[in-house]
Design a protein around this ligand. Structure first.
Ligand code: PBE
Length: 266
């Protein structure tokens, strides 16, 4: 027929994020597993959400590598493409990982990091405010001030400290900008001199495994960062989930006439 196929309209492109992200690797695996003609174009989380918003504004098709929790679901009507081959895994939890020795060196921070746990809706509150233009640090400050009941569970019985330096590494994904700023604020309130260091995903894992950073709250397991976890398992201290029920996958605007990754097979 003379109709332009979806693949042609999309230039056979899946809009990815940073090359180090697990969701990009999973999307590349999906391209293989489903035998798609598509290429996963890497850029950044911010470029992906910009491309998504441009496409929706013009009611054009787009396929992005996405995840939840995320503010994009409260702003746009979106759907995950079904993934019958399981390239993107099942539900994910986000874990807190400390460097070896943190428990001895900074027991107070370790306790708070170990206690840190919140809901997807909490994280989305922070993400939405940042997306609406709030400075991450200020949004985190406000969230902590407005949610003292939750925060006090993380800090219960923990003694204040006197300006000890602590470093948290994170990747500039919207989820991790939110969580890292919130826990950084809580540690700051406890008396720590907190530095947040933005890195890429691989270097983030290397940093916590080699004690160049004290902790991360950005470990997506078991699937998304499973390869990094396995590589460094003996050199890290896994404090367990700080959030449950996250997910990754291919996401499209609800107006698109496809429901499954299989619909991309030509
Ligand atoms: N993400 C957000 C990351 C984990 C957190 C889904 C973009 C990734 O794909 O590695």
């Amino acid at each position: 027929s003379g109709e332009t196929s979806l693949g042609e309209q999309l230039d056979y492109t899946i809009t990815g994020i940073d090359a180090g992200a697990g969701v990009v690797r999973s999307a590349e695996e999906a391209v293989e597993a489903y035998g798609l003609e598509y290429t996963v174009q890497t850029s950044s989380g911010a470029a992906m959400t910009q491309a998504l918003s441009d496409a929706i504004e013009n009611e054009e098709p787009i396929i992005v590598t996405g995840w939840n929790p995320h503010w994009k679901f409260s702003k746009y009507d979106l759907k995950y493409l079904e993934d019958p081959k399981g390239s993107f895994g099942e539900a994910e939890n986000i874990h807190t990982i400390a460097r070896l020795g943190l428990e001895e060196d900074m027991p107070e921070a370790y306790q708070v990091l170990d206690n840190f746990y919140w809901e997807g809706s909490d994280m989305e509150d922070v993400m939405v405010q940042i997306n609406e233009g709030g400075e991450p640090e200020e949004v985190a400050r406000e969230w902590v001030d407005n949610n003292q009941e939750k925060v006090s569970v993380w800090t219960e019985g923990v003694e204040a400290v006197d300006g000890q330096e602590i470093n948290l590494a994170y990747v500039a994904w919207d989820t991790e900008i939110a969580s890292t700023n919130v826990i950084g604020t809580v540690l700051g309130d406890l008396g720590y001199d907190v530095t947040l260091t933005q890195v890429e995903n691989g270097p983030m894992w290397e940093a916590v495994a080699s004690a160049k950073t004290d902790a991360i709250v950005a470990a997506w397991l078991p699937g998304t960062h499973g390869d990094h976890y396995e590589k460094f398992e003996a050199e890290i201290d896994d404090l367990g989930p700080n959030l449950e029920g996250a997910a990754i996958g291919l996401i499209v605007p609800a107006y698109m006439d496809i429901d499954s990754i299989e619909d991309l097979i030509e």
